[in-house]
Write a protein that binds this ligand. Structure first.
Ligand SMILES: NC(=O)c1ccc[n+]([C@@H]2O[C@H](COP(=O)([O-])OP(=O)(O)OC[C@H]3O[C@@H](n4cnc5c(N)ncnc54)[C@H](O)[C@@H]3O)[C@@H](O)[C@H]2O)c1
Length: 338
């Protein structure tokens, strides 16, 4: 396998997870980083023993960087990604792909024109329990899917939102659904397929932020299945992220990436202990293994000349669902996607 040189744009909270994930991956090496805050870039570069570049242009000019990881605030993902694509770099874009469909489309068009590969981070698709559930659904273990429900009921204090000016703003972040709930929203769409219609409510109850800290939605899928999405950062003490799926032959429950329950029409059941860690009450509670698995998939995709498991189109489709939830909440009416 040829070695890929990575360059990070943005050296805040999530960049550290990417650096730790890359450090254990054969075939990948973090080469250089840049940040609009030069002190932050310098400290990060020193910690990870890599170069710090003064700006994006300098990072993109490096021939030893062929993959750029975009770890800047969400509303700048496309702006940075377009420039990197034009420089011929493959892209790892943190979730969400951006906060508007127009921005996402610019990024997708630039990547297509440049012929570069893009993966949008949805690391929980790589959690072992969720990958097992995907396989079981594909094998028909639960029959025809009828109902899917996802809930991210987390706690983030005002200090979390105050830790960076972009958090909780509409232009750069969005609220509990766009930032935290998007992971399990992506899983719901992954399992149940394209969405036909959404009805939603969104409120800001417990934080001084522009965007919502609690969103609730009902979803009708093109397949005829229905579902619900709950995303909040206002729940004390914060719970495991949860996904429940029921089909004509059985049901499954996932908690924080662990398939904790399977039950079938014949009465058979399988129960497993849940995970003990998670990001329910602390943004730093994230595990690095799932990011590592998604990055490994990207490297394999580049090697094999195939699309990655999570494409820019996947990121866009999940963003479209999130935007439809917001639109429905704003307008107080259902929004049709198809
Ligand atoms: N996959 C996950 O589980 C996960 C977890 C946390 C964050 N994220 C995502 O990662 C992104 C970053 O989040 P974070 O918590 O690391 O934010 P952060 O505020 O800790 O870090 C962002 C960094 O980007 C820098 N920056 C801002 N604009 C820039 C620009 N134009 N060019 C270069 N640097 C720039 C800032 O100075 C800051 O250092 C967000 O989109 C967020 O949704 C994903």
């Amino acid at each position: 396998m040829s070695e890929h040189g990575f360059g990070f744009v943005g050296t805040g909270v999530v960049a550290d997870f990417h650096a730790r994930a890359l450090s254990t991956l054969p075939g990948a090496r973090l080469v250089a980083v840049t940040d609009v805050d030069p002190e932050r870039a310098r400290a990060f570069a020193a910690k990870h023993h890599v170069a710090d570049e003064p700006d994006l242009a300098a990072l993109l000019a490096r021939r030893d960087v062929d993959v750029v990881t975009v770890c800047v605030p969400s509303g700048q993902h496309a702006e940075v990604g377009v420039q990197a694509a034009r420089a011929g770099k493959h892209l790892v874009v943190e979730k969400p792909i951006d906060v508007s469909l127009a921005a996402a489309d610019k990024l997708i068009a630039a990547a297509r024109a440049a012929g570069v590969t893009v993966t949008v981070i949805s690391q929980h698709r790589f959690d072992p329990g969720l990958a097992d559930l995907r396989r079981l659904i594909d094998e028909g273990a639960f029959g025809r899917l009828l109902l899917g429900q996802v809930a991210t009921k987390w706690w983030r204090g005002q200090d979390y939102y105050d830790s960076a000016g972009w958090r909780g703003t509409w232009a750069m972040d969005g609220g509990a659904l766009m930032n935290q709930g998007i992971h399990y929203t992506d899983l719901l769409r992954w399992y149940l397929g394209p969405v036909a219609e959404v009805s939603a409510l969104a409120v800001t109850q417990a934080h001084d932020i522009e965007a919502e800290d609690c969103a609730l939605a009902t979803v009708r899928f093109m397949s005829g299945a229905v579902g619900t999405i709950t995303a909040t950062t206002s729940v004390i003490p914060g719970f495991a992220q949860r996904l429940e799926i029921s089909g004509t032959e059985g049901s499954a429950i996932v908690e924080d990436g662990v398939l904790v329950y399977r039950g079938f029409r014949d009465g058979s059941e399988v129960r497993s202990a849940g995970s003990t860690r998670g990001a329910a009450a602390d943004a730093a509670g994230l595990e690095v293994a799932a990011h590592r698995a998604q990055l490994a998939d990207l490297l394999a995709a580049l090697e094999e000349g195939r699309p990655p498991a999570v494409t820019a189109a996947d990121g866009r489709a999940t963003l479209e669902l999130v935007c439809a939830v917001y639109q429905s909440a704003r307008e107080g009416a259902p929004v049709r996607l198809a």
